[in-house]
Design a protein around this ligand. Structure first.
Ligand SMILES: [Zn+2]
Ligand SMILES: [Zn+2]
Length: 265
């Protein structure tokens, strides 16, 4: 079986906030609804694929987020040496998905064409649109282009048997999600195509968006790509840490396995 992979979600940071901040139009319940920050690792017969690279302690302070464990420690906890990783998939170029850019010296970075165009073009002239981007992150990616270390993708492409990239757009113009074949079926790492379970389940939209229409269409696409609703993994929902089992007892609330069914299913 050369197309069956394991998947790990590694939580690295946290942000307490109230629910009205998470939805266009607010939220009448006004409850505590924190965001968790993750990177993901796909491990299988074709090597290790890291999905997104998070941010570091300096960025956590700048953005008022709480770092829980550095990315490098999270990867090391499941036996992944960042220096040996050859493939990094970047879902999009927001500050919480593409920092730590010296952590993977051997890796090639996989990005949608239109995300780079978006992050370096006229839309960044607008304060509101560039807010979730960091100039240094984008510049670091441009340097990797010139270093021959970026692989551009357009639309849907296969990374390896059982691993495909899918352009979604919406939240960021070139946002892509990753579909991974596992022993429980096809799992979609949605990243910010749905921040929380509530977004896709209730057809609501996170306030940072390039296109509301594309975001909503994206939910339909993700549902088609995944084998069931339980095969969709949102990008920032702390519930991921309780729905899925820890990768090892000491990794509780830090690293969970996504290629096994969620608890209680
Ligand atoms: Zn984002
Ligand atoms: Zn994000």
């Amino acid at each position: 079986m050369d197309d069956v992979h394991e998947i790990f979600a590694i939580r690295y940071a946290h942000h307490d906030r109230r629910s009205p901040e998470n939805f266009i139009g607010g939220d009448p319940h006004d409850i505590l609804q924190p965001l968790a920050y993750f990177v993901w690792a796909i491990v299988g017969p074709h090597g290790t694929f890291v999905v997104d690279t998070g941010f570091d302690e300096m960025m956590a302070q700048k953005r008022g987020r709480t770092m829980t464990k550095p990315i490098g420690e999270g990867l090391a906890s499941i036996g992944i040496d960042p220096a040996a990783v050859e493939h990094v998939i970047v879902s999009h170029l927001h500050y919480d998905h593409c920092g730590n850019y010296d952590l993977f010296p051997r890796a090639r970075y996989h990005l949608q064409d239109c995300e780079m165009a978006y992050a370096t073009g006229r839309c960044m002239c607008h304060t509101l649109i560039r807010f979730p981007f960091e100039a240094e992150d984008v510049v670091a990616m441009v340097r990797k282009v010139f270093g021959g270390r970026v692989v551009f993708h357009e639309g849907t492409e296969q990374m390896a048997p059982g691993i495909t990239l899918h352009h979604i757009g919406g939240h960021s113009r070139g946002l892509q999600c990753v579909r991974v074949n596992t022993r429980r079926g096809r799992v979609v790492l949605a990243s910010d195509a749905t921040h929380l379970y509530a977004h896709i389940n209730e057809g609501r939209v996170f306030p940072v968006t390039y296109s509301v229409a594309e975001t909503l269409e994206g939910y339909t696409t993700i549902k088609k790509l995944a084998d069931s609703a339980d095969h969709i993994v949102p990008g920032h929902d702390p519930q991921v840490l309780t729905r899925y089992p820890a990768a090892a007892p000491q990794l509780e609330n830090w690293v969970v396995r996504l290629d096994v069914p969620p608890n209680g299913v």
